[in-house]
Design a protein around this ligand. Structure first.
Ligand code: NAD
Length: 434
């Protein structure tokens, strides 16, 4: 099939590479000329495990192309996939639809023959209707169906999740469009659940899923606070809960709060939709409030560890919103860093992948290190903010020998099983009575 993908970010690029690998002819379109220039010159613009090899392979076999011209990307396409951003509106926190609507207006002009326009961006309920209307207004002759094709990939596992999705949800209101998308996803037939639903249900499934996962994280974070006060161990509690198959053992790791480009914005957008439709979503609203507050509490926890120490140096390990990605959007680590800076803290930071992105925001407000140990040299405390597996490989004896005082505030419980406290560290993690 011939596919045009609008937006070559964390969703559009892995999707384009994956669909090319499955044998389709893919053109990725982005209005960001610099991105297109990089991609054309064979440089991947995001870090995702396994992406680069497939990207290069499919450029070489000419199944994957890049353009900044909407016309070149759309004209020949059987399926157009919209994967542009839907960031939160700075004031209302609703999904800001300006990129979606602009893309719909632009693509409408170049539709040629029957085309399915599929929205992979996470969009409020009813957006499919709106896109259809925009296309019909701009190009009344267009032979088009608009479907919702929500994306469930996890950043850091985008390639894995493309080829082994838990489920594929297709929100199509016509038989003709369902058939085209079923053809597109034929390679997944029998390998995963394919759910054909109403377009509005599909749009809702994406938000309802993300909000549920965010609430699950917030729930275990509150349980961790409870365990700290009550003298229980949140790990034992999570394990005991997770053995119940109705609950499941995933997303029960306490930490500094949920973040990233999806959960914060999607919970806010869902809460706004609840208000709009007169169906308040009080659990989601509570999770949003609690999660915002959590970052402040975590910053206070680290600052308390160096209370009374003059010019204390805080070593920060991890800035990405989670491991396996260079993405710092809505990263709890970055928000905690900002709060500590507002309190005059002296920080030296290290992240294996996200350091360059972080430096664009933090500038010279912090020092940058090239390794965990370099960051920790002469530090009064190490604060672990992102769960990079390599942090567990650090030699604790060496770490202790280079720090000014052997203190660790581990907001990801990375080192817990190594018992740093037995090696002379003042060690705090999450969800235990210290
Ligand atoms: P992103 O910001 O990384 O990428 C969006 C890209 O779209 C940018 O490169 C931008 O230049 C381009 N763009 C915007 N308007 C354009 C236009 N009119 N024409 C051409 N290009 C245009 O965003 P992302 O993280 O890939 O997210 C995209 C959507 O997918 C969002 O709605 C998001 O909620 C959803 N989503 C993201 C993830 C994730 O893990 N990041 C997972 C599932 C769903």
């Amino acid at each position: 099939m011939k596919i045009g993908i609008i937006g070559t970010g964390y969703v559009g690029l892995p999707t384009g590479v994956g669909l090319a690998e499955l044998g389709n002819q893919v053109i990725c379109i982005d209005k960001d000329e610099d991105k297109i220039t990089s991609l054309r010159s064979g440089k991947v613009t995001i870090f995702e495990d396994g992406l680069e090899d497939l990207f290069l392979k499919n450029i070489q076999n000419k199944r994957l192309q890049f353009t900044s011209s909407m016309k070149d990307g759309i004209e020949a396409a059987d399926v157009v996939i919209i994967a542009v951003g839907t960031p939160p509106h700075p004031v209302t926190k609703e999904a800001d639809m300006k990129y979606i609507y602009a893309a719909a207006e632009e693509l409408a002009l170049y539709l040629n023959g029957y085309t399915v326009v599929a929205t992979k961006s996470t969009v409020p309920v009813g957006t499919g209707d709106e896109i259809e209307k925009i296309i019909r207004d701009k190009n009344p002759q267009a032979d088009v169906d608009v479907v919702s094709l929500p994306e469930f990939l996890r950043e850091g596992f985008a390639v894995h999740d493309f080829f082994a999705p838990d489920r594929i949800v297709i929100g199509a209101n016509t038989e003709r469009a369902s058939k085209v998308i079923a053809e597109l996803y034929k390679p997944f037939e029998g390998k995963t659940q394919m759910l054909f639903v109403k377009r509005k249900s599909s749009e809702t499934i994406k938000y309802a899923s993300n909000a549920f996962l965010a609430m699950k994280i917030h729930y275990i974070n509150e349980m961790a606070d409870f365990c700290e006060k009550a003298g229980a161990d949140v790990f034992e509690v999570a394990k005991g809960m997770g053995l119940d198959q109705r609950i499941g053992n995933r997303f029960l790791n306490p930490g500094p709060g949920y973040g990233g480009s999806c959960f914060p914005k999607d919970t806010n957008a869902m809460a706004c939709m609840g208000k709009k439709f007169g169906a308040p979503l009080s659990l989601i609203e509570a999770a949003i409030r609690g999660n915002d507050l959590r970052k402040t509490k975590m910053a206070e926890r680290i600052l308390k560890a160096v209370e009374g120490r003059k010019d204390a140096k805080i070593a920060v390990w991890g800035l990405a919103f989670k491991n396996g990605t260079d993405d710092i959007r809505e990263s709890p680590a970055m928000q905690i860093v900002e709060q500590m800076l507002n309190n005059g803290a002296n920080l030296c930071v290290f992240d294996p992948k996200a350091q360059d992105n972080a430096a664009k925001n933090l500038g010279d407000k912090v020092q940058y290190a090239k390794s965990e140990l370099e960051a920790a040299k002469d530090a009064d405390v190490v604060a672990i903010l992102t769960e990079w597996p390599e942090f567990t490989q650090v030699n604790l004896t060496e770490l202790k020998s280079i720090m000014k005082s052997p203190k660790i505030v581990d907001l990801r419980n990375m080192l817990k099983s190594q018992h740093p406290e037995k090696q002379g560290f003042d060690y705090q993690c999450i969800g235990l009575c210290n």
